[in-house]
Unconditional design. Structure first.
Length: 122
């Protein structure tokens, strides 16, 4: 289900004008990003959450502060690879849900959460 959700998310992102640059980035010292994208001039770190039901809340609600920390660590690692501290970036979430007819539907939440305070780049 997770891989299918990620494929549905990538398709929705491309349709919305994003360019998918990398899938499943794992930072050397911990941290992970499901999809690294470019949307216009902005680098976007995307978390994909897929759910069959909303019994336990929306997919975005599953992106806990601990999960945001992992994503942020992955993003910081990616940014260090670029060696471009001036690049604009943000964190998006793509919620993928199984519809009543059995199809996967994706919704993009732009700027879903900020960079955790401890990682602030000033």
């Amino acid at each position: 289900m997770g891989r299918q959700g990620e494929a549905a998310a990538a398709k929705a992102l491309r349709k919305a004008g994003y360019k998918v640059l990398y899938r499943n980035y794992r930072a050397p010292h911990g941290g992970e990003v499901d999809l690294v994208c470019r949307h216009g001039e902005t680098l976007v770190f995307v978390e994909v959450k897929t759910r069959r039901t909303q019994t336990y809340g929306t997919p975005a609600e599953a992106v806990s502060p601990q999960k945001q920390e992992l994503i942020a660590r992955g993003a910081i690692s990616w940014l260090h690879l670029l060696r471009n501290p001036a690049i604009h970036f943000r964190f998006d979430i793509v919620e993928v849900r199984l519809s009543a007819n059995g199809r996967l539907e994706a919704a993009i939440i732009e700027n879903a959460f900020p960079l955790p305070e401890r990682y602030r780049i000033d």
